[in-house]
Design a protein around this ligand. Structure first.
Ligand code: COA
Length: 276
């Protein structure tokens, strides 16, 4: 048997999932534990309309439900991408004009950043404004070479919101973050990679394969250790790092996955992780 078949047989079956949305596509592959959200408003380059923001939040609530109903951790990784020629171009400017209620525009960024498991942004095309903030709200970013980045908000007379400037500052330093925010200048994927905004800029045709293999890799790791590591990195600065790491280390040494990892190493076999 392969490790994947074994995981499939061990995991409980979920009831068939009927998750249908108007502005996103949502899916979950039970054997691998990989979820996907595709922003699906290609005619407006996946602009973040009020409906899309709400549905994106519901999509992540659906992933949380899967985890809560699983014995262990069901959702090992989530990939976010965009349909058509954009990842996302930020807020829906038509709704600005219409005066649509903009309460809680951060919802979409929080859904990605607060999800306990790893979230990977697959960026192919425009990644502007709130689209860049959304990408920065994910744990990992991969981009095709044809992608274009930038913060056009300044030209609309507003600042970037959703924690985007803080995340950008952490990635590129204060000077470049300020420059990008106040000029709105666009930059390409190669520059985004050099800046550390994306981890890799890939030939267009290689992007999805690279993202899939990255998602599969992290999905195969012990999920509690993956989630704990993400939390520790996010919490840096809030609690003395060594104290936080020691607490998490002690917690995870109580887990079944830890015992399984050590046993598999000693028995020279593939481990099976359930997120318990
Ligand atoms: N909100 C709503 N609709 C948007 C949009 C947005 N942020 N960005 C693009 N669209 C729509 C366009 O209105 C156009 O619709 P139409 O075909 O009905 O006319 C469609 O998406 C395609 O855009 P278009 O401008 O024709 O494509 P392009 O390749 O020439 O330019 C951009 C693409 C992204 C450079 C340009 O659309 C742009 O600057 N958009 C605004 C981005 C922005 O300011 N975002 C921050 C918001 S805070």
């Amino acid at each position: 048997w392969s490790a994947t078949e074994n995981i499939t047989s061990r995991r409980r079956s979920f009831p068939p999932m009927a998750r249908s949305f108007d502005t996103i596509e949502w899916s979950f592959d039970e054997p691998s534990g990989i979820g996907r959200v595709v922003l699906d408003r290609p005619d407006s380059l996946n602009a973040l309309s009020a409906t899309l923001r709400t549905e994106f939040d519901e999509a992540f609530a659906a992933f949380r439900d899967l985890d809560e109903s699983a014995d262990g951790v069901a959702v090992r990784a989530v990939v976010v991408s965009g349909a058509g020629r954009a990842f996302c171009v930020g807020a829906d400017v038509d709704e600005f004009a219409e005066g649509t209620d903009l309460t809680h525009p951060e919802m979409v960024y929080e859904a990605a950043s607060q999800f306990a498991g790893p979230v990977v942004a697959e960026i192919d095309g425009y990644c502007l404004g709130g689209g860049l903030v959304l990408a920065l709200s994910c744990d990992f970013r991969f981009a095709s070479e044809r992608s274009e980045f930038g913060l056009p908000e300044v030209d609309l007379g507003i600042p970037t919101v959703g924690g985007g400037l803080g995340a950008l500052r952490a990635a590129v330093g204060p000077s470049r973050a300020k420059r990008l925010a106040v000029t709105g200048e666009r930059f390409d994927a190669e520059r985004a990679a050099a800046d550390g905004i994306v981890s890799e800029a890939l030939p267009n045709e290689e992007l999805s394969e690279r993202v899939d293999s990255f998602a599969e890799t992290i999905a195969s790791k012990p999920p509690l250790a993956v989630r704990s590591s993400l939390d520790i990195v996010e919490a840096y600065g809030h609690e003395p790092p060594a104290q936080l790491e020691r607490r998490e280390d002690q917690r995870l040494r109580q887990s079944e996955d830890y015992r399984e990892a050590v046993a598999a190493f000693r028995e020279d076999r593939e481990p099976e992780f359930d997120g318990r």
